[in-house]
Design a protein around this ligand. Structure first.
Ligand SMILES: [Zn+2]
Length: 257
């Protein structure tokens, strides 16, 4: 009799644990799903030139390998999709790891809820960012990249003349980290044709992968209206989770189809 009671208790115990296990098996995927959805809850709506942003992620003022321009902080245009913010942070970090001392100056992203901004036609839905060019002094000494300084075809600053040099190697590294990002697919990196040439010539001089150089040739582009000789403008495609409310326009590169 004692034995039966004991084994009954044991069976009840087993049943209890089986129930808990079943419950956990049922609940866990939902918790994981919940965690994943809170990770990417930002939502880019509409087009970069006519759109808005929901639950945009704010980029910290400083991080490893970068800091925000003061004007960007002041005007509170530091919101992006989570994907864009991660792309910037990770690329800046990797450049600074590969090339110690590199510090990227990050300009405007979007406002908290997106929409029209005073100084930009796009930047409306958390998928655009302006990045200053890495620069050195004439003697190749690394400096904090100057704010919106234009560089000529030989890589020297126009104003102040000849004071700064376009840091071709670091700018090329940045382009590479952006294009190869695990966090987003980059559609455009606007830059002046003469700076694009400096960077791609550098890539060829170090025998970088022809596949990557072909990609960079398409993604780096001088837009018709703005030369972009004083900063990069980066645009990412709609994050997958934000489609169909998020809209892309322009080319879809072969490797993204
Ligand atoms: Zn821009």
């Amino acid at each position: 009799m004692k034995f039966e009671i004991k084994s009954l208790k044991k069976r009840e115990g087993i049943k209890f644990f089986t129930n808990i296990t079943v419950l956990l098996i049922l609940i866990l995927p939902f918790t994981a799903l919940l965690a994943a959805s809170t990770l990417s809850e930002s939502l880019s709506i509409g087009l970069p030139i006519k759109g808005s942003l929901m639950k945009g992620e704010v980029i910290p003022v400083k991080g490893r390998g970068y800091n925000l321009l003061e004007s960007t902080q002041k005007e509170k245009v530091r919101f992006g999709t989570r994907e864009l913010v991660m792309t910037i942070k990770s690329a800046a970090f990797k450049v600074s790891k590969n090339s110690p001392g590199a510090n990227l100056q990050v300009g405007d992203l979007s406002s908290r809820k997106g929409g029209r901004l005073d100084h930009h036609a796009s930047h409306q839905n958390g998928r655009d960012v302006d990045l200053m060019y890495y620069a050195t002094l004439k003697n190749n000494k690394s400096v904090k990249a100057p704010r919106f300084t234009a560089f000529d075809k030989n890589g020297y600053s126009v104003d102040p003349p000849m004071k700064y040099k376009f840091d071709t190697k670091r700018n090329y590294l940045l382009v590479k980290e952006l294009i190869n990002s695990d966090f987003s697919e980059v559609q455009w990196i606007f830059t002046a044709n003469h700076l694009k040439k400096l960077m791609l010539d550098y890539g060829e001089s170090i025998n970088d992968s022809p596949g990557f150089i072909r990609k960079a040739k398409q993604i780096l582009k001088q837009p018709k209206k703005n030369l972009h000789w004083d900063h990069f403008h980066v645009r990412i495609y709609c994050p997958e989770n934000d489609i169909p409310r998020c809209k892309d326009f322009g080319p879809v590169w072969a490797w993204n189809r």
